[in-house]
Design a protein around this ligand. Structure first.
Ligand SMILES: NC(=O)c1ccc[n+]([C@@H]2O[C@H](COP(=O)([O-])OP(=O)(O)OC[C@H]3O[C@@H](n4cnc5c(N)ncnc54)[C@H](O)[C@@H]3O)[C@@H](O)[C@H]2O)c1
Length: 237
């Protein structure tokens, strides 16, 4: 068994996930980062596999960071039903399954941490994102429940809620946003994406990773059952 505290991070090849892996390793964590090529986390067996791999690799598991995600932009009447199912599976059911399968190890740790990468869309809605907004609101409810059930066994749970972050997930939705809102792609960043943020910039992935590192570190010990917004003033309105 490794001496280091060990974490499982999903979506580890993506913008935010990769930054979290780098930051946690720099802080001395042993990190098992997984992405689509390791397991499809919309499926139950994929979630079981990555938890088992992390425990086998490190002999322990002290933290999980469910982060894998994607977006689909479309009006409700035209929202592909299979995309709704996939969004719920990846953004809501995967964090539940990861917590379920990792629970015993996190409790054995005595200081287990669950830090879900949710979104400002866990706290507020936007049009044309029915699946994403519903799943992110749902995962905040899950985090609150995990915090209550984890309290007696030394497990805390938080939901990090960033505004828009400079990652492929945001870049990929610019054309879809332009179509759904009827504006030119060049105007999407200013007129749609940053419209509700008080501070008109994208977050960098490293800024999200800094907050995750804090929540998983000694300073985050008393923070549980809550959303932790990094929203550039979005929900102040
Ligand atoms: N980028 C933003 O503006 C933003 C804002 C708030 C919250 N978030 C959340 O942050 C998280 C990470 O997003 P990102 O912006 O880094 O996106 P990203 O697209 O850069 O990375 C997401 C990663 O998840 C992986 N993934 C997708 N489907 C998967 C599956 N079925 N199984 C396993 N892995 C899968 C992808 O391969 C990708 O590497 C997501 O949960 C997203 O909702 C992002």
């Amino acid at each position: 068994m490794t001496e280091q505290r060990a974490a499982l991070v999903t979506g580890a090849r993506g913008g935010i996930g990769a930054a979290i892996v780098v930051r946690l390793e720099a802080d001395g964590w042993a990190v098992h980062g997984v992405d689509l090529e390791d397991a499809d986390l919309t499926r139950r067996e994929g979630n079981k596999l990555v938890v088992d791999q992390a425990i086998e690799r490190f002999g322990r598991l002290d933290a999980i960071v469910p982060n894998a995600g994607f977006q689909h932009v479309a009006p409700v009447w035209d929202f592909p039903e299979e995309q709704w199912d996939r969004l719920i599976a990846l953004l809501l059911t995967s964090p539940f399954l990861l917590a379920r399968y990792a629970w015993e190890s996190l409790a054995t740790s005595g200081d287990g941490r669950i830090c879900v990468i949710a979104s400002a869309h866990a706290l507020t809605a936007s049009p044309f994102k029915a699946g994403y907004v519903s799943a992110k609101h749902g995962v905040l409810g899950l985090v609150k429940t995990l915090a209550l059930e984890g309290a007696g066994v030394g497990i805390s749970a938080t939901a990090v809620c960033p505004a828009y972050v400079r990652t492929p997930l945001v870049e990929a939705q610019i054309a879809d946003q332009a179509r759904a809102h009827g504006v030119e792609a060049a105007r999407v960043l200013e007129d749609v994406i940053l419209e509700r943020q008080a501070v008109k910039r994208l977050l960098e992935p490293s800024e999200v990773a800094d907050v995750v590192a804090f929540l998983l570190g000694p300073g985050g010990r008393g923070i549980t059952g809550v959303p932790v917004p990094i929203d550039l003033g979005w929900t102040a309105r």
